[in-house]
Write a protein that binds this ligand. Structure first.
Ligand SMILES: Cc1cc2nc3c(=O)[nH]c(=O)nc-3n(C[C@H](O)[C@H](O)[C@H](O)COP(=O)(O)OP(=O)(O)OC[C@H]3O[C@@H](n4cnc5c(N)ncnc54)[C@H](O)[C@@H]3O)c2cc1C
Length: 337
């Protein structure tokens, strides 16, 4: 059933834990309710707020926030090897991963412990430890706010890329995702080639689904702050992509600087924003209520009582220092409202 809140405090609906208000927040179950709402009010300014783990409010939101509340999970097909499922947008992402592991289904185990709603997962094509949501997604079903119809996109039509999809491009401000379909498999496909995963998995006795999930949860817990304890939105900045010549020049002064090729573009190189921030001397830096996390410089944290403005001021300072030290521009990954 749809619920409409007016002048609602968003403190419990964003992982930074900043206190801001929204003029209207609509909790909806499905497309019928959205259609009715758009026909009746035709809102000019709106935003979909899932679990709020990648959204920073810097002022009161003068518009309508749409939050899905349907969280059903349905098995569409099971041929004994492959299992196709449909999961509604409000389903918790990590509960889905936990369920798939308990059912012996491979495909999303490396994405354990990412704080997300299922509906947000395709938006930035969440990824970690060498896996991305797109590897398992087959269909995304959304409400089109222009035609007021439900539409379905195949994986290819979603134009997934690193932290990218059509929902951040052409369909930004158009699509409200209702459900996502995934194809999982009973055939073991361990993906252990990233960072410390193989070491941690072997320490637990080998590449079973349970061991991989446990290893990844443990690695993440050792590096990333829990938003319930210390407000944050995960990586605050995107890894910058620079011209190859810029990277080569920097490597002369910093031979240990992490740098990665860009698939299909030899002229550019991706740098690690966390390393650049760390080497700018800002790991653990604190400015009153906000700071740079002391174990992962890519994460900005709310030590308690910070406003979105405080976080943005710190973000601006971090960008400025990185620019001064390396001449490289970094920009936020987080959605800023
Ligand atoms: C501690 C921590 C660790 C993290 N680690 C990772 C990581 O390893 N990898 C990674 O990729 N991300 C990571 N993130 C970022 C975050 O987990 C993802 O961005 C996640 O998808 C956010 O989900 P949400 O529902 O909380 O999104 P929100 O903040 O509510 O929304 C994020 C974006 O998705 C849009 N959106 C949400 N729901 C819908 C919908 N139903 N329809 C249309 N648009 C929608 C919003 O409008 C917004 O643009 C981390 C965040 C935290 C706090």
């Amino acid at each position: 059933m749809k619920r409409i809140y007016n002048n609602i405090n968003l403190a419990n609906r964003n992982s930074f834990g900043v206190v801001e208000m929204a003029s209207t927040l609509v909790e909806f179950e499905g497309a019928e309710e959205l259609k009715e709402y758009f026909e009746r009010y035709n809102p000019e300014r709106w935003y979909v707020l899932g679990a709020g783990n990648n959204t920073l409010f810097t002022r009161s939101y003068e518009g309508v926030l749409f939050t899905p509340i349907s969280r059903n999970r349905t098995i569409l097909k099971d041929d004994g090897v492959n299992v196709d499922i449909r999961v509604e947008a409000a389903h918790d992402w990590d509960e889905l991963v936990a369920w798939s592991v308990s059912e012996g289904l491979w495909g999303i185990e490396n994405l354990s412990a990412i704080p997300s709603s299922v509906g947000a997962a395709p938006v930035q094509n969440i990824g970690a430890y060498g896996a991305e949501a797109k590897d398992a997604i087959t269909v995304v079903e959304y409400f089109d706010t222009r035609s007021l119809e439900v539409k379905r996109l195949s994986r290819e039509e979603c134009h997934f890329a690193y932290r990218e999809s059509i929902f951040k491009q052409e369909l930004k401000g158009v699509a409200i995702i209702l459900a996502v379909e995934f194809s999982l498999s009973r055939t073991p496909k361990p993906n252990l080639g990233y960072g410390d995963v193989i070491k941690e998995v072997e320490a637990r006795g080998g590449a079973t689904l349970v061991n991989i999930r446990e290893a990844i949860c443990a690695i993440r817990a050792s590096k990333l702050p829990d938003p319930k304890v210390l407000g944050n939105a995960g990586s605050f900045f995107k890894n910058p992509i620079v011209e190859k010549e810029v990277a080569e020049e920097l490597l002369k002064s910093y031979p240990d600087m992490p740098h990665y090729p860009i698939a299909g573009d030899d002229s550019k190189v991706k740098l690690a924003a966390g390393w650049l921030i760390d080497k700018s001397g800002l790991k653990g830096y604190r400015d009153a209520a906000v700071g740079v996390h002391d174990r992962q410089a890519l994460v900005l944290v709310n030590h308690g009582g910070a406003t979105g403005g405080d976080v943005m001021r710190l973000a601006g300072y971090v960008c400025q220092r990185v620019k001064e030290c390396f001449g490289v521009e970094i920009s936020p990954e987080v959605n800023i409202l």
